[in-house]
Design a protein around this ligand. Sequence first.
Ligand code: ATP
Length: 169
Amino acid sequence: MRLKSLEILGFKSFANKTIFSFPANVTAIVGPNGSGKSNVVDAIRWVLGERDLKSLRVGRSDEIIFGGTPNRSRMSLAQVSIVLDNSEGKLPVDFKEIVVTRKVNRDSEAEYLINQSNVRLKDVVELLAKAKVGNQGLTIINQGSADAILKASPRERRSMIEESLGLRE
Ligand code: ATP
């Protein structure tokens, strides 16, 4: 299933609404050190339901919200949407395009939406599991973790294989 686009607002360094369109396969995003390349990956991880702070490279959950700069005040809302192409019907829903959104305010619980309808995290995880996408397997390979599958314990390896086979559900 193809990643069509990613929309980020108020997440980490993305104070301005930023839309990444992926009309074709993308090999790399390049930019100077510290320019926010890994924050793009963090945004994908977060919208897919990641709750582990270490994986998101923060110490506290509110650190994922834009924290301000000397010229710009901090924001209270972080929102990320990922648009997946379902034109081949790989996911058993009647939508050609699936938009998963996660948003959080500094003073409220996170909200999840699938195609604009409020859902539970469980619904997002279950839907993505059908597409063999998740946070336990090899959907995202972190910088420095290319050897993760070699280093994994039998339990972790089982989890990766189950996710890749679409068995997590
Ligand atoms: P490198 O090439 O060094 O790996 P990178 O391009 O991947 O860097 P990131 O790690 O994605 O960069 O981004 C780091 C930047 O994001 C830093 O400038 C940091 O201050 C900024 N940043 C992270 N969280 C926030 C936040 N909550 N609010 C504002 N800026 C943030």
